[in-house]
Each structure stands twice: as C-alpha cells, then as structure tokens.
Design a protein around this ligand. Structure first.
Ligand SMILES: [Cu+2]
Length: 145
C-alpha cells in the first residue's frame, strides 16, 4: 500500500509541472490608480496549448477580480462580468483596453509604477481538472494608453 501511495504522489507532481506549459500568460499589466480610485483595469494575453476554460484570477493584494466583456449598445460601451472564458487549443485570448479586461476591486496597498504584483489564474483543463498558474502583473502609470 505504501508503495502505491508514493507512485500516486509522483504522478501528481508530473501533472502539476505540465500544467504550467498548458496556459501561458504574456504582457500582464494593470493600470495604477489615482487617489480616490478604487477599481483598476488589468490586461494580458493568454495562450492555451489545449482547450479548456478560464475560471478566474486572484492576487493577495486584491479583494476581488472580475473578468469583463464589453459591448456597444446605442453608442454606449457597456461591460458585464462573465464567470468563465473558453480557451481554445493553440489560440490566444487578449484582455486589452477597450475590450475584454479584468477589473480589480479593493486593491489593498499603494502601488508604484514598474512594480510587479503576484497573480494567479485558475483554469479547467481538457480533462476538467482545475489548475492554477502563477504569474506577475506589472503596474503601469494610470494615464498611458
Ligand atoms: Cu470592467
């Protein structure tokens, strides 16, 4: 029995290592906030090797993070929170200004431009297993495009 358990633990370790390669995060950045502002936008490119589902984000310095989609309705840009985003094998999705983006609510500390914030994303892989990937989010000046 003891031997079987060791093999199982090793198998888990291999799976965890593979997860990192399945989804890649690039150019992750967030806008720094001006005094009195409590919500920040964040942007990045995510590339998936295999199909799956993006489930959400977290960071120790942010209270809540939502994924938002934007749409135009009567010349007014509207955004709405979505619970998940499909990942397609070999394709990228982009969270960018004026389009889908992340909203960070309740940033717990004062940020400095250039600083890198620890973030984690959660996704469901093609076998319906939930996985996490850690990455860094770079803080930029609030008024740069
Ligand atoms: Cu939004």
């Amino acid at each position: 029995m003891a031997i079987k358990r060791v093999v199982w633990v090793c198998a888990m370790a291999v799976l965890a290592a593979n997860a990192t390669a399945q989804v890649r995060v690039e150019n992750a950045w967030m806008r720094n906030m001006v005094p009195g502002q409590y919500v920040a936008g964040a942007f990045m490119k995510i590339t998936a090797e295999e199909s799956g589902k993006l489930l959400g984000f977290s960071s120790p310095i942010v209270t809540a993070i939502e994924m938002h989609e934007t749409s135009m309705s009567n010349n007014v840009m509207k955004m709405r929170a979505v619970d998940n985003v499909d990942l397609h094998a070999g394709k990228s999705i982009e969270f960018k200004t004026g389009a889908s983006h992340l909203m960070l609510y309740g940033v717990k500390k004062k940020l400095i431009a250039g600083e890198e914030i620890p973030f984690s994303l959660k996704f469901e892989d093609k076998d319906k297993r939930v996985r996490n990937i850690d990455f860094k989010m770079k803080v930029r000046e609030p008024f740069l495009p």
